[in-house]
Design a binder for this molecule. Structure first.
Ligand code: PRX
Length: 648
C-alpha cells in the first residue's frame, strides 16, 4: 500500500474535458453541483425524482425505510420489474427495431438482437423456466459463456421473479456446487462449452461434476454453443433449443415488490466462504440506469462496450441491466482479447464503430505490453469516452489509455465501486469534472463517501484513511444471502450506521479521492477479488499440506500475484512436481483465476505468540522488500531469517 501512496502523491497532471465534449454532455459542471447540493439537502427527494425515470407498475409510498439499519428498504410499496424496464418500454418508445445486443463469438460468428427480438427470446425463455417448475423467488444458477443467451437467461429470471445467481465460467465444479448449495438453486442454466483462446471450456462437464454434489438442483438447461459432445442425463437435463421450441412468446412481466430479490452474486471476503451478495429490484435498477446514463454520457446513437463477463458485477450492472434500461446498443464479445491476435479489441471497435469502451486496468497493462503496433493498425476514431474499473489504475497506464486508445480526445472515467455497492459510487462525470490520472475523483451525487480514521473522524487532506459511505443509497446490497449477521459484522460493525468498504483511500487538496486498495485479506488479481483464506483452505485440503499462508505480491500485469507459503506434512518432499500439483489443485478447487503464481515450501510460518500468521511479514518477503514493520510480537525470529535466506 505504501508504494501506491507515494506514486499517486507525485501525480499532478489534470485533464479537463474538451469544449466539444462538455457542450454535449448529459451532466454539466453546474448541473453536477446542483445535483450534489440537492442530494445532500434532501436525499429522499433527490432519489425519488431520479426514480421517476424507471417504469413502475405502482408508485412507492415511502422512498427509504431505514428504521432497521443496516437493512434498507427503498421505494417501499412500489412494484416494478427489471426485465420490463430493460425491454418492454423500448417497444413503445421508438427503439423496438434498434439493436439491443450486437454479439461476436470468439471464432468470429456474429448475431444482432433488436429490442423486439430480445423481448421475444426473453419471454419464451421465461415461459420455458415456468414449465420447468421455476416460480417466483426460486434461485437459478447461470453458468454460461458470454453469449446473448446469458443475458436472455438473466432477464427471463427477472421477468418471472426468479433470483439468478450467475457464476463466472472460469470457476471450477467445486465452486459451482458450493454456490448451488448455498443458494439452494433449483435449476442450472449452462452451455455445452464456450470458446476461450481458441480452446473449448467444457462448462457442461463441470456442471455434471457439480450436480453430483448439488441435491437442490432438479433441472439443467443446456445451450448448444459449440457442438461439443455432452452427456445428457435423462429426467434432469434438457436442451435450450428444445424447451424454446415449445415455449409461447407471451409472458407479461411479473409485477414485483420493489424489494423483491433480483440476484445473488458471490464474492470473496476476508474470511470464510464466498458471500452471496443480495441485490433487490427497484433500488438496484435505479443505481444501474442512472449511473450508466450520467457516467457514460449515453446517447441513443452510441455503441457501448463493457468488456466484463456477466459472471462479475460489472457485467450485471454495465453489460446488462444499466445499458438495456437506457435502451442502449451494447456490444458483447465472447472471447479473449488476444485471439486470434493481440488486436482483437481494436478490430471490434473499428468494425462496430464502438463509441464508449469500459474495461479494466489489468487489460490495459496487457495491451501496453503487447505494443502499440496492434492498436495503430485500426481506426479508433469512433471512440468518444473511455472507462476503467476493478482496481486502481496506475497513472502511466491511464496516460497510455488516454493517448494511444483515446487519441487524447476521450475523457476517462475511473469508476470505483464494488459487488456490494451495486453501481458506481465514485467517478468523474465526464463533462463535469477535470480528471487526474489515477484518481476516481469524487462521489456521485447522492453518495456520502468519505475518508475517515479508525474512529470514524474525517482525516485531513492527503492523509490516508478508510473509505466509508455515511448514508444508504438505492443500489446498496441488502444482505448476505442467508447470513444477516455476517452482513452486519462485515460492513456495519466498524462504524455504527456507516458502510465500511474495506478500501484505503486519501483525499487530496481538491477533495479528489485516490483509492489505494484493500485493507483486509482480499487479493485483487486482474481486477477480481479472491480471499487469501479461500486459497489457503484449498491448499490445506490437499493431503500433503499441513499449513498454508497466502499473500499478494505486486505484479505488473495482474495487479497482485498469488504467493503461497506452504508447510508439508511429515514424510513429503518439497519437490517442483509437488509445487505444480498444488497450483493445479487450487485451480481445480476454485478455478483457473485462483491458480497460485508462486508456491514456496517452508518448515514453519511466522506467527505471533497467540498463533496468528504474520502476513505482513510474508508480504514483505514475497515482494522482496526489506520489512520495516514491527516484529516484536513474532514468536520465533529464526523463521523470518530462514524465509529471507531461502529467498536469496
Ligand atoms: O478494492 C476496490 C477495487 O475492487 C474492489 C471491488 O471488487 P469487486 O467487488 O470484485 O468489484 C469490482 C468491480 C466493481 C474494491 O473494493 N476497485 C474497484 N474499482 C476500483 C477499485 N480500486 C481502485 N479504483 C477503482 N476504480
Amino acid at each position: 500500500m505504501s508504494t501506491n501512496i507515494t506514486s499517486v502523491l507525485k501525480e499532478s497532471r489534470v485533464f479537463a474535458p474538451s469544449e466539444a465534449f462538455t457542450q454535449q454532455a448529459n451532466v454539466s459542471a453546474e448541473e453536477r453541483e446542483r445535483l450534489v447540493a440537492w442530494a445532500d439537502k434532501d436525499p429522499d427527494g433527490f432519489w425519488a425524482a431520479q426514480a421517476e425515470s424507471l417504469h413502475w407498475f405502482k408508485k412507492w409510498n415511502k422512498v427509504l425505510d431505514w428504521s432497521n439499519p443496516p437493512f434498507a428498504k427503498w421505494f417501499v410499496g412500489g412494484t416494478i420489474n427489471a426485465s420490463d424496464n430493460c425491454i418492454d418500454r423500448h417497444l413503445t418508445n421508438g427503439r423496438k427495431n434498434k439493436a439491443a445486443i450486437i454479439w461476436e463469438g470468439e471464432p468470429g460468428d456474429t448475431r444482432t438482437l433488436t429490442y423486439q427480438q430480445l423481448h421475444r427470446e426473453v419471454c419464451k425463455f421465461a415461459n420455458a423456466l415456468k414449465t420447468l417448475g421455476v416460480a417466483k423467488g426460486d434461485r437459478v444458477t447461470i453458468y454460461m459463456p458470454l453469449t446473448p443467451e446469458a443475458a436472455i437467461a438473466m432477464l427471463a429470471c427477472a421477468r418471472i421473479g426468479a433470483v439468478h445467481s450467475v457464476i463466472f465460467g472460469g470457476f471450477s465444479a467445486e465452486a459451482v456446487a458450493d454456490r448451488n448449495n448455498d443458494a439452494q438453486a433449483k435449476v442450472v442454466i449452462t452451455a455445452d462449452a464456450g470458446w476461450r483462446r481458441g480452446k473449448i471450456v467444457p462448462l457442461k462437464e463441470n456442471v455434471d461434476a457439480a450436480l453430483a454434489k448439488s441435491p437442490s438442483v432438479t433441472t439443467c438447461v443446456v445451450f448448444n454453443r459449440c457442438n461439443h459432445p455432452v452427456t445428457m442425463k435423462d429426467g434432469r437435463d434438457v436442451w435450450w433449443h428444445d424447451v424454446m421450441a415449445k415455449a409461447s412468446a407471451d409472458c407479461p412481466a411479473e409485477q414485483l415488490d420493489s424489494e423483491h430479490p433480483l440476484f445473488i452474486l458471490y464474492t470473496s471476503g476476508s474470511t470464510g466462504k464466498p458471500k452471496g451478495v443480495l441485490h433487490t429490484t427497484g433500488g438496484y435498477m435505479l443505481g444501474a440506469s442512472l449511473t450508466h446514463k450520467w457516467i457514460f454520457d449515453i446517447k441513443d446513437d452510441d455503441v457501448y462496450w463493457c468488456t466484463a463477463d456477466v459472471g462479475w458485477i460489472t457485467g450485471h450492472t454495465y453489460t446488462v441491466y444499466g445499458p438495456l434500461a437506457n435502451g442502449s446498443t451494447i456490444l458483447m464479445y465472447e472471447g479473449a482479447p488476444n485471439h486470434p491476435a493481440e488486436d482483437r479489441f481494436w478490430d471490434l471497435i473499428e468494425k462496430y464503430r464502438v463509441s464508449i469502451l469500459y474495461t479494466a486496468p489489468t487489460a490495459i497493462r496487457a495491451f501496453i505490453k503487447w505494443g502499440n503496433q496492434h492498436v495503430e493498425k485500426h481506426d479508433l476514431t469512433s471512440l468518444r469516452l473511455l472507462g476503467s474499473v476493478g482496481e486502481p489504475i496506475n497513472p502511466e497506464a491511464w496516460m497510455w489509455y488516454h493517448e494511444v486508445i483515446g487519441g487524447g480526445r476521450c475523457p476517462i472515467v475511473d469508476t470505483w465501486w464494488q459487488t456490494e455497492t451495486g453501481s458506481i459510487l465514485i467517478t468523474p462525470l465526464p463533462g463535469a469534472i477535470p480528471t487526474k490520472p489515477g484518481s476516481a475523483t469524487k462521489p456521485m451525487p447522492g453518495i456520502a463517501a468519505e475518508v475517515v480514521d479508525k474512529d470514524g473522524k474525517p482525516v485531513p487532506a492527503n492523509a490516508g484513511g478508510f473509505l466509508v459511505v455515511k448514508r444508504p443509497w438505492p443500489s446498496m446490497m441488502r444482505t448476505i444471502y442467508n447470513d444477516d449477521q455476517r452482513f452486519k459484522d462485515t460492513y456495519w460493525s466498524n462504524y455504527p450506521g456507516v458502510y465500511f468498504t474495506a478500501d484505503g483511500a486519501r483525499q487530496d487538496d481538491d477533495g479528489y479521492i485516490w483509492v489505494m486498495g484493500r485493507v483486509d485479506d482480499v487479493l485483487n488479481v486482474s481486477g477480481h477479488r479472491l480471499s487469501t483464506m479461500e486459497v489457503e483452505s484449498a491448499l490445506v485440503n490437499h493431503p500433503k499440506v499441513a499449513e498454508a499462508a497466502v499473500v499478494g505480491r505486486p505484479d505488473d500485469l495482474k495487479g497482485e500475484a498469488i504467493c503461497c507459503f506452504v508447510t508439508l506434512k511429515q514424510g513429503n518432499d518439497p519437490t517442483d512436481d509437488l509445487k505444480a500439483a498444488l497450483k493445479a489443485h487450487v485451480a481445480k478447487e476454485i478455478g483457473a483465476l485462483a491458480r497460485p503464481d508462486e508456491v514456496k515450501f517452508t518448515d514453519t510460518l511466522p506467527k505471533t505468540r497467540s498463533g496468528k500468521i504474520m502476513r505482513r511479514l510474508l508480504r514483505d518477503i514475497a515482494a522482496n522488500r526489506v520489512g520495516t514493520g514491527d516484529t516484536t510480537t513474532l514468536e520465533d525470529y529464526g523463521v523470518l531469517a530462514k524465509l529471507r535466506a531461502d529467498e536469496e
